[in-house]
Design a protein around this ligand. Structure first.
Ligand code: G
Ligand code: G
Ligand code: MN
Ligand code: NA
Length: 256
């Protein structure tokens, strides 16, 4: 209950933290994008971990306000960062979008307004959804996703392999990217079943023309195995933790 009250307060003031975790090339560690990750604001003691306040925000509906704020702030941050790094392929921005946000009829407008206001190129925005969204599709959600695709926004399936879903959506749905969940990466490279699963996912994605990002890479042997089976992109503490936008920009320059 105390957490609910504190979340009400944070949401009403629109005071959150926002960090960016680099997405890198598995082979060379070069940054190709950043995933925006919401954080409890730094004011005061006793920060609440995102694994606690995000589910509560989803339950209470606050995720709509929080999500809209993340979109505005992250597109503005990334547009500035791209502007300051001319002459290289601009790193893309990936934003987590909860099922509840996809059901909001105003969501498409929010994204378009964020792009128009900040000047961020639509082709450098990626939106992450979970398998549950694909299982609860409605004509309205499909229309929003198609409109975003028509604008050039990319769609990624987050936590791939962990939800209750049918593989049919990979064929019927305009997805661009699969993010292999950390739970599959954890057992690499020792667990032969995990290796087979990851190899299978990469192969399936290749066949369907989808990009793959492996999440939660913490150890060099995991990276090597992923590179070996042809996974081209990764995220994880081995490469970088979630960073402030300034730290992210500094890391981008180091790798130039
Ligand atoms: O930041 P961390 O990696 O601990 O994230 C915990 C969970 O919170 C993850 O499932 C992540 O996808 C989710 N999350 C983090 N930031 C956001 C956000 O801005 N919006 C939504 N919907 N989920 C987020
Ligand atoms: O659900 P989603 O994949 O968006 O969640 C991303 C979460 O995973 C974030 O909270 C981020 O802080 C966390 N994360 C990213 N890389 C690693 C990692 O290498 N190890 C662990 N334990 N967590 C990670
Ligand atoms: Mn994510
Ligand atoms: Na994930």
């Amino acid at each position: 209950h105390d957490l609910r009250v504190r979340l009400d307060h944070v949401v009403s003031k629109e005071e959150f933290g926002l960090l960016y975790q680099p997405v890198v090339g598995i082979d060379n560690g070069g940054i190709v994008g950043f995933e925006a990750l919401a954080r409890w604001p730094e004011l005061g003691p006793d920060p609440v971990p995102p694994g606690q306040f995000i589910p509560l925000a989803e339950e209470t509906g606050h995720i709509s306000t929080l999500g809209a704020w993340v979109l505005r702030k992250a597109t503005a941050d990334m547009a500035r960062l791209q502007h300051r790094s001319p002459g290289r392929v601009p790193p893309y921005l990936s934003v987590n979008v909860s099922a509840r946000q996809w059901r909001d009829t105003g969501f498409l407008d929010e994204v378009c307004t964020a792009l128009d206001t900040t000047g961020l190129a639509a082709g450098t925005l990626q939106l992450e959804l979970t398998e549950s969204v694909l299982m609860q599709r409605t004509p309205q959600i499909d229309a929003q996703i198609q409109a975003l695709k028509d604008r050039g926004v990319r769609i990624a399936v987050d936590d791939f392999g962990t939800g209750y879903s049918s593989l049919r959506y990979l064929r019927d749905f305009p997805i661009d990217v699969l993010k292999i969940d950390k739970s599959f990466v954890d057992g690499l490279p020792e667990d032969p079943q995990q290796v087979a699963l990851v190899e299978g996912i990469v192969h399936l994605a290749d066949t369907l023309g989808l990009q793959v990002i492996a999440e939660g890479i913490e150890e060099e042997p995991q990276r090597e195995l992923l590179a070996l089976v042809g996974c081209r992109y990764g995220q994880g503490f081995l490469f970088a933790r979630p960073l402030t936008v300034e730290q992210g920009e500094a890391m981008l320059r180091e790798h130039e």
